[in-house]
Design a protein around this ligand. Structure first.
Ligand code: CU
Length: 119
């Protein structure tokens, strides 16, 4: 291994360790999966790596043109998954799920977006 390669590897490892040290809730899975093209889903669910504070953890679904799809979300018993059923069947097109959650342990808030397409 050259010195340069060693330096790059060391840097990559420290970045990884720093990322894992933060206790923030991270999205680990979603259904539909991010960027997937699927049949109209009956429910949308997002799973995180740690327990959430249910009162501060939810998501919204919007079409590509910004129109929101009514959805009531709930947090699972193990408090790691937020799910909700869109009130109406989702028509073909692109959708954006904008989530906001708070970690149960330290209350830190995180947010993000998952997109998927209905065929
Ligand atoms: Cu935190």
């Amino acid at each position: 291994m050259t010195l340069r390669a060693l330096l790059v590897t060391t840097l990559a490892v420290s970045t990884l360790v720093a990322g894992e040290a933060s206790a923030h809730a991270k999205l680990v899975a979603s259904d539909p999966a991010a960027n997937a093209a699927v049949a109209a889903p009956k429910t949308v669910s997002l799973t995180f790596n740690e327990k959430l504070a249910p009162a501060f953890s939810t998501f919204e679904i919007a079409r590509a043109d910004g129109v929101k799809i009514p959805v009531k979300t709930t947090v699972s018993k193990d408090r790691k998954t937020v799910s909700g059923a869109p009130r109406d069947r989702l028509a073909a097109g692109a959708y954006k799920v904008t989530w906001r959650v708070a970690a149960a342990d330290d209350g830190h808030r995180m947010d993000g977006v998952v997109t998927f397409t209905v065929k």
